[in-house]
Design a binder for this molecule. Structure first.
Ligand code: PAF
Length: 283
């Protein structure tokens, strides 16, 4: 596996790969890789001739400086794991390589209403930052397919909107959430939990999973409230939002009959650590 740090070297590698007629799969990551990331890389390796994994903590998608400063970084471990999965390249640039003209950008991406709700409301600018880095990576890596985890359910919808509005020729592949044995959705942020917080964190998934049965006999509002009350009763936990939405538009639903595809998206602070998860109610 090649570790590439510069845009010039990456451009050369991508050019040669495409000249040979080989397909490129891209797995964009912010590093601190876990089994969720590795499952994306495994799938990309099966479906493409050459796989590039980017490892880049993108400053423009953080609206909270402390979140950016404490985001876990483990580059050497990441490179070992990427090599073991059979990817061709780990692309780990400095910020100045990606944003040579600085972090500010005049470009405003058309991301649709899906970008205005939930994360869009609580993390202003977040999705413009995600679109900025993902479009830059697409421009540099020229992938046929790009892989994203469904834990970030809203992110996938927003990236799909970006691909449509920018007329990009990239297939977005959504991969299922990977969970620890106790149900906690794998996330790089889990490493920031204390032992006590980690012990209670699986309650997020348990509450969501139990609410699927509950939802068969109760309204959307009652299902929402039972999840929020149960999680808020756990030590360290504070629900930032829980929204039950149409799985395509991400707009809130009030009745189960409103859509054939309904998903519950949650963000919970466990101490200072912001965890997200989701569950499908109807499909
Ligand atoms: O999901 C992530 O880790 C990031 O948002 C992404 C897609 C790598 C862009 O920085």
């Amino acid at each position: 596996m090649k570790i590439i740090k510069t845009v010039n070297e990456l451009t050369e590698f991508v050019g040669h790969t495409l000249e040979r007629g080989e397909s490129i799969g891209l797995v964009p990551t912010m590093g601190a890789l876990h089994d969720g990331h590795l499952s994306l890389i495994d799938q990309a390796v099966k479906e493409n001739d050459v796989v590039i994994v980017s490892v880049f903590v993108n400053p423009t998608q953080f609206n909270n400086p402390n979140d950016l400063a404490t985001y876990p970084r483990k580059e050497e471990d990441d490179f070992r794991l990427i090599a073991r999965c059979g990817a061709a390249v780990a692309f780990a640039p400095e910020v100045s390589e990606i944003y040579p003209d600085g972090l500010e950008s005049d470009k405003v991406f058309e991301l649709g209403t899906a970008a205005e709700v939930m994360e869009g409301k609580f993390r202003p600018g977040h999705f413009q930052g995600v679109a900025q880095i993902v479009s830059r990576l697409f421009q540099l890596c020229r992938p046929k397919r790009a892989y994203f985890g469904e834990k970030d359910f809203q992110q996938i919808a927003v990236i799909r909107n970006m691909v449509l509005s920018e007329k990009m020729d990239v297939e977005i592949v959504a991969c299922p959430i990977k969970r620890a044995e106790d149900g906690l959705a794998l996330s790089s942020r889990n490493q920031l939990l204390t032992a006590e917080q980690r012990a209670v964190a699986p309650e997020i998934h348990r509450a969501l999973a139990d609410s699927v049965d509950y939802s068969k006999e109760h309204s959307v509002r009652a299902t929402h409230d039972t999840v929020v009350e149960r999680i808020n009763a756990v030590p360290f936990m504070n629900v930032e939002y829980f929204e039950i939405v149409d799985g395509r538009t991400l707009l809130p639903v009030e009745e189960w009959e409103e859509s054939p595809y309904i998903v519950g998206c949650i963000t919970v602070y466990c101490g200072d650590v912001r965890l997200i998860d989701n569950i499908c109610y109807r499909k």
